[in-house]
Write a protein that binds this ligand. Structure first.
Ligand code: ADP
Ligand code: MG
Length: 663
C-alpha cells in the first residue's frame, strides 16, 4: 500500500511536474509562436525587401545595358572623331604647305611688284629726261630759229644793200655812159669848131690875101675866133672835168664791183650757214618727233601701270548754226608748257573753270590728229587686249563726227574707219611674223533698253519685231554672246566700210521713223580679233568696241509723256549706269552694277580691270551750250581720276596652257 501511496505520490508529483513542465512548454510554445509570428513578419518584410531589391536590380541591369549600348556608340563616335581628327591634321598639313607656297608666291609677287615700281620709276625718270631733252631741244630750236631769222634778216638787209649798190653801180655806169656821150659830143663840137677855126683862119688868110678889106671885119673875125678859142678852151676844161668825173665814176664802179663781190661771197657764206642751220633744225625736229613718240609710248606705259581710264577731250569748231555770237569766247586753251595740249578752260558767268585731261583737241585738230593719239590703243586689240572707246557728249557736240566722220568725205573719216584700216594693215604686216588673224564684226544699237541688230537682213526695224530675244550671255573666258545677233566674218576694211554704210542706213531709217532716234540710242561697233601664230603656237583674243553714246544732255522729264518719257528715262538710266559702273570699279567695290543697264551688261568683260578704256568727251564751243559743256567736262574729269586696274592681254600658248591652269 505504501508503495501504491508513494507511487501515487510519485505520480502526483510527476503530474505536478508534468503540469509545470506542460505550462513551461506552453509558455515556451507561446513564446515560440510569438517568435514565429515575429519571424514570419520579419520574413515577409525580408521577402518584400528582396522583391524590391530584385526590382532595383533589374532596373540597374537595364540601365547598365543601355549605358553599355551608349558606350559602344560613343566609342564609335570617338573612332570617327579620331579619324576625322587625323584627316583634319592632314588637311592642316596640306594647308600649311599651301600657305608656305602662297607666302613664297606672295614674296615673289612682292618682288615683282617692287620690280614694276622701280621700272615705273625708271620710266618716269626716262620720261623726265626725255621731257628735259625735249625742253632743251625746244630751246635749242628756238635759239636756232632766232639765229636763223636774224641771219635771214641780215641776208635780206645785205640783199637790199646789194641791190642798192647794184642800182648805184648801174646809175654810175649810165652816168659814165652819158658822160662819155657828152665827152664825145664835146669832142665832136671841139673838132667841128677847130675845123671851123681852121676854115675861118683860112678865110682870114684868104681875106688878108685878097685885100684886107675891112679891118673891122677882121677884128670881128679875130674876136670871133678868139671867142671860139675861148669856148674851145672852156670846152677843153669841161672835157677835162668830165674826164676826171669819169675816172671818179669808174673808180666808184670798180669799188662797187669789189663790194658787190664781197657781198656775194658773204651772201654765199650766209646761205651755207643758213642751210647748215636748216639742216640742224630738221635734225632737231626729227629728234623732237622721236622724243615726242617716246614720250607718248612712255605715257602709255605709265597709264597702263596706273590702270587709268584714259580721257580725251575734243572741242568741235563753231558752226554756222551755233548762233551769231561768235565774238565771246566761252572755251579757251591754256598755253603754259606743262598743260600744253592737255588743258581746257570754260568761262561761265564770268567764272573760269579749268580742266586737264590726257589730251585736249582744239577745234582745228584734224581727224588724223585725233586718230594718231588713239592708234596705239587700237593696235593693242591685235595684241589681245579688250579695248573700249566711247564718244560722250551732248547731241551736236561731234560724237558721230569723231567716231564715223562725214560719210563720203574721205579726209574726214572718223575713228572707226581709220581703226579698221590700221588693223587690216597691221594684220598684213604681222602675217610675215607667222600671225594669222580672223576678224568678226557686229553692230548694234541700244534704244530704250532694247537691242537692235543693225546688220540683220530681216527687217523691218519696228518696235514690235520682237521674236528675237537678243539676250546677252558671258562665258567663262570673258567672251560675250548675244543671241540672234548677226556676226559677220570680215577680211578687209572695204568689207567693213560697206557694212558700216549698211548700219548707218539702218540707223537713219530708224531716225526718221523714231523721232531722231540716233541721238537717243547707243551705237556699239564690235570687232572681235582672234589671232594664232603657227610658229610660236601663241593665241590672242582681242576685242575692239567703238561706241557712239546717246546724247548726254540732261533731258527734262517735265513735259515728256508716253514714248518720249520712256526714252528719256532709258537714256538717263543707261548713262548713269555707265558712270555707276566706272565709279564702282574705281572704288573696287564687291558689287559692280553691270546688270543695271543693257549697255553696261553688254560691255561687262570690256569694262573690268583687265581692259583698256578710252573716253572721248566731245564739247561744243557755242556759248549757248556752256552749261552742258561744263557738265560733260565735270563728268569726264571724274572719270579721268578713276583707276580701274591693270589691263591684261588675253593670250595663251597652246601647249603650256593646260599645265598652267593646273599649276
Ligand atoms: P553728235 O553725234 O554728237 O550729235 P555730230 O557728230 O552729228 O554730233 O556733229 C554735229 C555737227 O557738227 C555735224 O554737222 C558735224 O558735221 C559737225 N562737226 C562736229 N565735229 C566737227 C569737227 N571736228 N569739225 C567739223 N565739223 C564738225
Ligand atoms: Mg550723233
Amino acid at each position: 500500500m505504501r508503495m501504491l501511496e508513494s507511487a501515487e505520490q510519485k505520480c502526483y508529483d510527476m503530474e505536478i511536474l508534468m503540469n509545470e513542465k506542460e505550462e513551461e512548454l506552453n509558455s515556451i510554445i507561446m513564446e515560440l509562436r510569438k517568435n514565429y509570428t515575429s519571424l514570419q513578419e520579419k520574413f515577409a518584410k525580408e521577402e518584400s525587401d528582396k522583391l524590391a531589391a530584385i526590382e532595383t536590380l533589374t532596373k540597374e541591369k537595364d540601365a547598365r545595358l543601355s549605358a553599355e549600348r551608349s558606350q559602344s556608340s560613343i566609342l564609335e563616335d570617338l573612332e570617327r572623331a579620331q579619324r576625322e581628327c587625323s584627316s583634319a591634321n592632314q588637311k592642316i598639313l596640306s594647308v600649311n604647305d599651301m600657305y608656305k607656297r602662297l607666302q613664297e608666291y606672295n614674296t615673289s609677287l612682292q618682288q615683282y611688284n617692287s620690280k614694276l615700281q622701280s621700272e615705273l620709276q625708271q620710266t618716269n625718270e626716262i620720261l623726265k629726261n626725255a621731257e628735259k631733252e625735249k625742253v632743251a631741244v625746244l630751246e635749242n630750236i628756238s635759239s636756232l630759229r632766232g639765229q636763223c631769222t636774224s641771219l635771214q634778216e641780215q641776208l635780206t638787209a645785205t640783199k637790199a644793200s646789194n641791190t642798192e649798190l647794184k642800182n648805184l653801180k648801174e646809175a654810175a655806169a649810165s652816168e659814165v655812159e652819158r658822160l662819155r656821150l657828152d665827152l664825145q659830143q664835146v669832142r665832136d663840137d671841139r673838132d667841128r669848131q677847130l675845123s671851123q677855126v681852121q676854115d675861118l683862119s683860112a678865110e682870114v688868110l684868104k681875106y688878108k690875101e685878097w685885100t684886107g678889106k675891112s679891118a673891122a671885119e677882121v677884128g670881128n673875125l679875130t674876136t670871133k675866133s678868139n671867142q671860139l678859142e675861148a669856148t674851145c678852151i672852156s670846152q677843153s676844161d669841161q672835157i677835162k672835168i668830165l674826164q676826171e668825173k669819169l675816172a671818179v665814176a669808174e673808180n666808184k664802179l670798180a669799188m662797187s664791183d669789189v663790194s658787190a663781190f664781197e657781198i656775194r661771197t658773204g651772201y654765199e657764206e650766209q646761205m651755207r650757214a643758213n642751210s647748215e642751220l636748216q639742216f640742224r633744225l630738221a635734225e632737231a625736229e626729227v629728234k623732237l618727233v622721236e622724243g615726242e613718240s617716246l614720250r607718248k609710248k612712255l605715257h602709255n606705259t605709265i597709264l597702263e601701270l596706273k590702270g587709268n581710264i584714259r580721257v580725251f577731250c575734243r572741242v568741235r569748231p563753231l558752226l554756222f548754226d551755233d548762233g551769231a555770237d561768235h565774238e565771246t569766247k566761252a572755251v579757251s586753251f591754256p598755253t603754259t608748257t606743262d598743260n600744253l595740249g592737255r588743258g581746257i578752260e570754260l568761262l561761265q558767268h564770268g567764272q573760269k573753270h579749268s580742266f586737264t585731261f590726257d589730251k585736249v583737241f582744239v577745234p582745228e585738230s584734224s581727224q588724223e590728229e585725233v586718230f594718231e593719239e588713239v592708234s596705239q590703243l587700237v593696235q593693242s586689240a591685235l595684241d589681245g587686249y579688250k579695248v573700249c572707246i566711247f564718244a560722250y557728249g551732248q547731241t551736236g557736240s561731234g560724237k558721230t563726227h569723231t567716231m564715223m566722220g562725214t560719210p563720203g568725205n574721205y579726209d574726214d573719216k572718223g575713228l572707226i574707219p581709220r581703226s579698221l584700216e590700221q588693223i587690216f594693215e597691221a594684220k598684213q604686216t604681222l602675217q610675215n611674223q607667222g600671225w594669222k588673224y580672223e576678224m568678226q564684226v557686229s553692230m548694234l544699237e541700244i534704244y530704250n533698253e532694247t537691242i537692235r541688230d543693225l546688220l540683220s537682213t530681216t527687217r523691218p526695224l519696228t518696235e514690235s519685231s520682237g521674236t528675237k530675244q537678243y539676250s546677252i550671255k558671258h562665258d567663262a573666258n570673258g567672251n560675250t554672246h548675244v543671241s540672234d545677233l548677226t556676226i559677220l566674218d570680215v577680211r578687209s576694211s572695204r568689207e567693213v566700210s560697206f557694212l558700216l554704210n549698211r548700219a548707218a542706213q539702218s540707223r537713219s531709217v530708224g531716225k526718221t521713223q523714231m523721232n531722231e532716234q540716233s541721238s537717243r540710242s547707243h551705237f556699239v561697233f564690235t570687232l572681235r580679233i582672234s589671232g594664232y601664230n603657227e610658229s610660236t603656237e601663241q593665241q590672242v583674243q582681242g576685242v575692239l568696241n567703238l561706241i557712239d553714246l546717246a546724247g548726254s544732255e540732261r533731258l527734262s522729264k517735265s513735259g515728256s509723256t508716253g514714248d518720249r518719257l520712256k526714252e528719256t528715262q532709258a537714256i538717263n538710266k543707261s548713262l548713269s549706269s555707265l558712270s555707276d559702273v566706272i565709279f564702282a570699279l574705281a572704288r573696287k567695290e564687291d558689287h559692280v552694277p553691270f546688270r543695271n543697264s543693257k549697255l553696261t551688261y553688254l560691255l561687262q568683260p570690256c569694262l573690268g580691270g583687265d581692259s583698256k578704256t578710252l573716253m572721248v568727251v566731245n564739247v561744243s564751243p557755242a556759248p549757248s551750250s556752256i552749261n552742258e559743256s561744263l557738265c560733260s567736262l565735270r563728268f569726264a574729269s571724274r572719270v579721268n581720276a578713276c583707276e580701274i586696274g591693270t589691263p591684261r592681254r588675253q593670250t595663251s600658248a597652246r601647249q603650256m596652257d593646260s599645265r598652267l591652269s593646273y599649276g
